[in-house]
Design a protein around this ligand. Structure first.
Ligand code: PYR
Length: 290
C-alpha cells in the first residue's frame, strides 16, 4: 500500500491476468468499489453524466466538471483511479490541459478517444471520428504533458463502428507508436471481432476490454477475456444501474404505501451506512483534536 497508486496500476496491468475495474460515478460508489475488494476504480463518463446532470453520455459535460468528479473520487479511495477523459475536451492543446488537470487530481490514468466533439457513448449510434494523424498528435501531446511518467495513458479508438475493425486496429497501432501505454478498441460487436482485436494487438500494448453492461459487445466470461490476453476489464455502469434499481424500488414502496417502512429491512441500517462512509474515523479525529 506504500507503493504510489500509479505504480500500483502499472503493476496490476503487467501481471498477466486481467485487472478488474468496476465503474464509479461519484465518491460513494467509488468507496463501495474499494470496500468490495477491487484494486482499481474506473470513473465512468457515462455514469458521471447520468449522475451529475441526469442526461445521456453525449458530450454534455465540460472537462472541468469531469475533473471535479475525479478529484472527489480520488479523495474518497486509496486504490488507483482510472478516469474517462473522453476526447480530451478539444484539440491537442486542450488535451495538454486535461491531462495535467487529471494528473493534479491524483488520477492514475485516463483514456482519450478519437471521436469528434461532441462525443457519444461508445455503444450508441451516430459516432464520428477525427483523422488518425490528428488523434496521434493528441496522444503525443498527452504523453508529453504528463509530469509523472507512471501516469497511464490509454488510447481509445471508436473507429470500429465508423470505418470497421481493420481501421480501428490500424489506429490503435498508430496510437501506440504515438506514446499510448494501453490500447482500447471500443465496442467490437461479435466474439470474432473481440478475438481479432486481441490477436492483432496483443503484444503491441496492454489491452482494455470494455464489458459494457447491456452494450454492443458480447458479454464474455472473465476467464475468456483473460485467455484472449486483455490486461484490464472495466464494468462501467453496473453500479449505476444497480443503484437505479434500488432507488426505484424504494420509491415505489413510498409511493404505494406512504412510507418506506416495509423496505427498510432490505436497506443498510443508519448505523451501518454511517460506518461505511467513515463516521468512526471522524469520531477518532474528534477525540484527537478537540
Ligand atoms: C464510460 O463508461 O463512459 C465509458 O466510456 C466506458
Amino acid at each position: 500500500v506504500d507503493t504510489p497508486p500509479r505504480k500500483r496500476l502499472r503493476d496490476l496491468l503487467s501481471t498477466g491476468g486481467p485487472a478488474v475495474a468496476p465503474g464509479a460515478y461519484d465518491a460513494l460508489s467509488a468507496r463501495l468499489v474499494e470496500q468490495a475488494g477491487f484494486d482499481i476504480v474506473y470513473m465512468t463518463g457515462f455514469g458521471t453524466t447520468a449522475s451529475l446532470i441526469g442526461r445521456p453520455d453525449v458530450g454534455l459535460l465540460s472537462g472541468a466538471e469531469m475533473v471535479d468528479n475525479a478529484t472527489r473520487i480520488v479523495s474518497a479511495v486509496d486504490v488507483p483511479v482510472i478516469a474517462d477523459a473522453d476526447t480530451g475536451y478539444g484539440n491537442a492543446i486542450n488535451v495538454v490541459r486535461t491531462v495535467r488537470a487529471y494528473e493534479q487530481a491524483g488520477v492514475a490514468g485516463v483514456h482519450l478517444e478519437d471521436q469528434v466533439m461532441p462525443k457519444k457513448c461508445g455503444h450508441m449510434s451516430g459516432k464520428a471520428v477525427i483523422p488518425t494523424d490528428e488523434m496521434a498528435g493528441k496522444i503525443r501531446a498527452a504523453a508529453e504533458a504528463r509530469r509523472d511518467p507512471d501516469f497511464v495513458l490509454i488510447a481509445r479508438t471508436d473507429a470500429a463502428a465508423v470505418h470497421g475493425l481493420d481501421d480501428a486496429i490500424a489506429r490503435a497501432r498508430a496510437y501506440a507508436d504515438a506514446g499510448a501505454d494501453v490500447l482500447f478498441v471500443e465496442a467490437p460487436t461479435s466474439e470474432e471481432g473481440i478475438e481479432t482485436v486481441a490477436r492483432e494487438l496483443r503484444g503491441v500494448a496492454p489491452l482494455v476490454f470494455n464489458w459494457a453492461e447491456g452494450g454492443r459487445t458480447p458479454p464474455l466470461s472473465l476467464e475468456r477475456i483473460g485467455e484472449l490476453g486483455f490486461s484490464l476489464v472495466i464494468f462501467p455502469i453496473g453500479t449505476l444501474l444497480a443503484a437505479t434499481v434500488g432507488m426505484r424500488s424504494l420509491l415505489a414502496t413510498v409511493k404505494a404505501e406512504g412510507t418506506p417502512t416495509s423496505a427498510l429491512g432490505e436497506l443498510p441500517s443508519f448505523g451501518e451506512f454511517t460506518d461505511l462512509i467513515g463516521l468512526p474515523e471522524i469520531g477518532e479525529l474528534e477525540q484527537r483534536f478537540s
